[in-house]
Write a protein that binds this ligand. Structure first.
Ligand SMILES: [Zn+2]
Length: 231
């Protein structure tokens, strides 16, 4: 087993973080960009064409973040729902801006065929810090469960609850950054008090299937469609 030669700067090898270490980690995070300028302003510009709603609010210290979603304006209860989420990991910028671009450039193509529900930036505090976790050092993507410890996840689950049986497809946009290997995986190992085991950062586009309900043909079709624009 390989372990990192230089331990993550916060924490004691073999010991999971308590409140003090979490606070130390939080103090080391800096705001690097603006959710308001880069995301909320784009959403405002799309209000004329889509129903925009605030589905929750995060409060961290003195900061507040409105959680925003789009719905098709011609929402029809007899049509299936397609759910698109971005920024569950706030640092994965392409998902946030990809979701916004999709709404702007393509959402209208689906009018009358499906109802679209798009939450472009699920974790705005982390968007601003370019981080994977929320301010409590919790990964929202590992927190989609009842009594969630992450408000980002709990709010999204409340938004989806009334329509979850009608969701035909959910596209959750992620990316794998090089900093996963240099920062976020070491931080995770330190937080949980386990050894860091180096992994690999894959190149290119990939999809993640559901092992309990594999849809290989659909996944293949997505990859073939993406190849047209990435090759
Ligand atoms: Zn992710």
């Amino acid at each position: 087993m390989n372990t990192a030669l230089t331990p993550y700067p916060i924490g004691t090898p073999g010991t999971p973080w308590g409140d003090t270490k979490r606070a130390e980690w939080l103090a080391a995070q800096t705001r690097q960009r603006s959710y308001e300028t880069e995301v909320l302003s784009v959403i405002e510009g799309l209000r004329a064409r889509f129903d925009v709603e605030t589905y929750g609010e995060l409060t961290y210290g003195t900061e507040r973040f409105a959680l925003m979603a789009f719905r098709s304006r011609d929402w029809r209860d007899d049509l299936p729902v397609v759910l698109v989420t971005g920024g569950v990991h706030g640092y994965e910028t392409s998902g946030v801006h990809g979701a916004l671009q999709f709404v702007d450039q393509h959402a209208a193509d689906y009018a009358g065929r499906v109802n679209l529900l798009v939450a472009p930036c699920v974790s705005p505090w982390a968007y601003e810090r370019i981080h994977r976790w929320n301010a409590n050092a919790i990964d929202p993507n590992r927190s989609f469960r009842d009594d969630s410890p992450a408000e980002e996840s709990a709010a999204l689950m409340r938004l989806v609850a009334p329509i979850r049986d009608r969701v035909l497809m959910h596209i959750d946009l992620h990316e794998t950054t090089d900093t996963d290997e240099t920062e976020f995986r070491p931080a995770l190992a330190s937080r949980d008090g386990v050894p860091f085991e180096p992994g690999e950062i894959p190149d290119g586009f990939y999809v993640v299937d559901d092992s309990e309900s594999p849809q290989l043909e659909f996944q293949q079709a997505v990859i073939e469609a993406v190849e047209q624009v990435t090759l």
